[in-house]
Design a protein around this ligand. Structure first.
Ligand code: CP3
Length: 344
């Protein structure tokens, strides 16, 4: 019989035989299996075909000794349901055709039923759950309101979030309506993912570090909190991910989540102290370290394990996702070091 997932146990801060590990962007371009499929299909085609999305989800699981699988999808998939068409332009990233620029644009956005519009993701979750051993947990996910709003307003990736902050500061009513609509849909989407087989959910607030603590509290926290509050009846781990959040980790925890995901900008032990040792924590390797020689990488990995100090509730991960040039052999080596590590 398979053992229960040590990842789920660590999320609940229970004792584990060794530190569990999974990686953001663990399925993707650094794997030749993925690149082979991408020769035949676009990213959106892979996401929309449940059998293919399930196959991509399983690629890193079949290759490495990972403790969790994350469903292959994208945070932008809910956009068409809201009324915004988009594409992934080659070499440029996402491009939203008619970005949200005014209060009237916000009014027009539809609060939709994810079980109808995003059924393909739910189906993929069901397929993957049927294929995973019990020792590997399945993670569902969604984009957090700020990060999604930034794509919806800017129309793509942004460096300074000029249009997002302009709308936020100068039209607070429109901003809060936009955030509320995203939060309503996202709460329901995550619930549907759990119904479909996800055992853990992660809320991605990738670009939230663009805001200071006061703005986070005023313009974002209530909306991310609404999502976590709406899931409070579900007895599953909820991971809250952000980058650049060292200045207000305690506010991220206040917004919600039973596991806080932190990046490399603050040592793990210091971040954990700010969050509170009574919360689980995920992180926090710099993805660039994985591009270095193995002696350097090993040193960086052990620093994190030592900072975790054998306390219950550490899940090893990156502070953000793998880059496409990540060497597969370094991924394999890291997992071995992490699983073999014993806290002294
Ligand atoms: O393995 C996994 O992590 C699961 C799959 C996953 C994807 N996107 C597939 C994908 C996940 C969890 C995401 C989340 C996502 N998508 C985020 C939040 C996490 C983060 O990295 O901050 C964001 C901001 C997006 C939006 C997005 N998707 C951008 C900006 C881009 C283009 C940039 C790039 O890396 O090319 C994508 C494309 C995308 N989504 C890829 C993958 C594997 C790139 C691969 C491809 O083109 O085939």
């Amino acid at each position: 019989m398979d053992k229960e997932s040590r990842f789920l146990r660590a999320c609940r801060r229970e004792s584990v035989d060794c530190t569990p590990v999974w990686f953001m962007r663990q399925a993707g371009r650094y794997m030749e299996e993925y690149r082979a499929l991408r020769k035949k299909y676009t990213l959106l085609e892979l996401c929309h075909a449940p059998e293919l999305a399930a196959e991509v989800t399983m690629q890193p699981i079949n290759r490495f000794d990972l403790d969790a699988a994350i469903i292959f999808a994208d945070i932008l998939l809910p956009l068409p349901g809201l009324g915004l068409e988009f594409e992934f332009a080659v070499g440029e990233g996402p491009r939203i055709h008619k970005p949200v620029r005014s209060a009237a644009d916000v009014e027009r956005l539809r609060v939709f039923e994810p079980r109808e519009e995003l059924g393909f993701v739910l189906e993929a979750l069901g397929i993957v759950r049927g294929q995973l051993p019990k020792s590997v947990a399945l993670i569902g996910f969604a984009g957090a309101p700020f990060t999604l709003a930034s794509y919806m307003i800017e129309g793509g990736y942004s460096r300074h979030f000029v249009l997002t902050k302009q709308l936020m500061y100068s039209e607070p009513q429109a901003w809060h309506l936009l955030m509320d609509k995203i939060a309503t849909v996202t709460g329901e989407y995550l619930r549907a993912q759990v119904e479909a087989g996800a055992q853990v959910v992660q809320l991605f607030d990738s670009w939230i570090g663009a805001l200071g603590a006061d703005d986070y509290r005023d313009y974002v926290l209530p909306h991310s909190k609404k999502i976590f509050d709406s899931l409070s009846d579900l007895d599953i781990p909820k991971i809250h991910f952000g980058t650049g959040t060292s200045g207000y980790l305690e506010l991220m925890r206040q917004a919600g989540g039973t596991v806080q995901s932190v990046d490399w900008r603050m040592p793990l032990d210091q971040a954990w102290e700010k969050i509170g040792f009574d919360s689980a924590i995920q992180g926090n390797l710099d993805p660039i370290a994985v591009l270095c020689d193995q002696d350097t990488l090993k040193r960086k990995v052990f620093e994190i394990l030592e900072n975790a100090g054998g306390r219950p509730g550490h899940i090893f991960n990156l502070g953000h996702g793998f880059l496409p040039q990540t060497p597969v052999e370094n991924v394999e080596a890291m997992i071995e070091w992490i699983h073999g590590y014993k806290a002294s």
